[in-house]
Design a protein around this ligand. Structure first.
Ligand SMILES: Nc1ncnc2c1ncn2[C@@H]1O[C@H](COP(=O)(O)OP(=O)(O)O)[C@@H](O)[C@H]1O
Ligand SMILES: [Mg+2]
Length: 301
């Protein structure tokens, strides 16, 4: 599965005059879980639908293993997808729903029970879809995506409706699929959730790329630590730290400082004669990285 990556290049979609996706380029590697992140309305679903040839791009291309979806020799076995609002007939059981999909795709019906097992729905296989919880519906959707044993998985907001236990389960599943060498692209509007799930992230806002790369690298790219500092002389400390840091007041009179590490702030406080009452190194997460990356870009948010 050496060349099962996804490549999106200059992808653009205009709806009336709205740029839902705007000159978007990124790559997705096999063997890794890639989180496709952005707030609601950022253009994630539209992008995934263009990759899957369900929406026609205004400009640009998307390829899977070097070919457009429409050119794939055996798309059902190459790519499995879970799309938003994909469901099943309310009166049909989970197993029968999957068997019908097998029939339609030329896959042996026995495969339905394999994937029900994989997603932990075996005991609910004979219950009707209308009785499924939101989380069970998501699991059934993931089961459907796995039917063709695809090299590439594209899942749109699969964590929606899953409880924390369900999200943990999904993390394990996606991880094991990636470890088998598959390409796993999974969208979410919940950045903190993806931080735990993904190896790589592609972050978009208003249809445009904000940042892409390994999660740790994306977090590091916005510049080192974030500190919470409490001092009775904040002005003196900030004057000593100079223009390289960004400081924002937080409630209770503390400052949140980005752009300097603990020793730098401590030394500056000593020089400034600013007594330190608290100095905490805060963990940075994707959520505040995203806010920092998009700060001041009113056109993006
Ligand atoms: N079929 C459509 N017709 C018109 N506008 C659309 C259509 N689909 C999506 N949009 C618009 O495109 C933008 C991106 O939507 P979408 O791709 O669904 O974002 P996301 O999945 O990130 O929430 C939104 O402004 C949305 O309203
Ligand atoms: Mg969406």
């Amino acid at each position: 599965m050496a060349d099962d990556g996804i490549a999106v290049s200059g992808l653009t979609k205009l709806y009336n005059n709205v740029r839902a996706v705007d000159d978007l380029s990124f790559t997705v590697s096999p063997g890794r879980v890639t989180g496709f992140l952005g707030p609601n309305g950022a253009g994630k679903t539209t992008t995934l639908r263009m990759v899957l040839n369900l929406v026609r791009p205004t400009a640009g291309t998307a390829t899977i293993g070097g070919r457009r979806y429409a050119e794939l020799a055996d798309p059902v076995r190459k790519v499995g997808a879970l799309l938003e609002a994909s469901g099943a007939h309310r009166g049909r059981t989970g197993r029968n729903h999957l068997r019908m999909l097998c029939d339609a795709a030329g896959i042996p019906v026995g495969r339905a029970d394999d994937v029900l097992d994989t997603v932990g729905l075996a005991s609910a296989a004979d219950r009707k879809f209308k009785g499924y919880s939101l989380g069970m519906r998501q699991r059934l959707g993931i089961a459907a995506a796995l039917l063709g044993d695809p090299d590439v998985l594209i899942l749109d907001e699969p964590a929606n409706g899953l409880d924390p236990e369900g999200i943990r389960w999904m993390r394990e599943l996606l991880r094991s699929l990636a470890e088998q060498g598959r390409t796993v692209l999974v969208s979410s509007h919940l950045l903190s959730e993806m931080e735990l799930l993904a190896d790589d992230v592609v972050i978009i806002a208003a249809g445009k790329l904000v940042q892409q790369g390994p999660v740790a690298q994306v977090i590091a790219s916005t510049g080192g630590a974030q500190l919470l500092v409490r001092t009775p002389r904040p002005e003196a400390l900030l004057a000593e730290l100079g223009a390289a840091v960004t400081a924002t007041p937080v409630e209770g009179g503390a400052l949140r400082i980005v752009g300097a590490d603990g020793p730098t702030v401590g030394a500056a406080a000593l020089r400034a004669g600013a007594e330190i009452h608290e100095l905490t190194v805060e963990r940075r997460d994707l959520e505040n990285v995203f806010l920092q990356l998009t700060a001041g870009k009113a056109d993006i948010l």
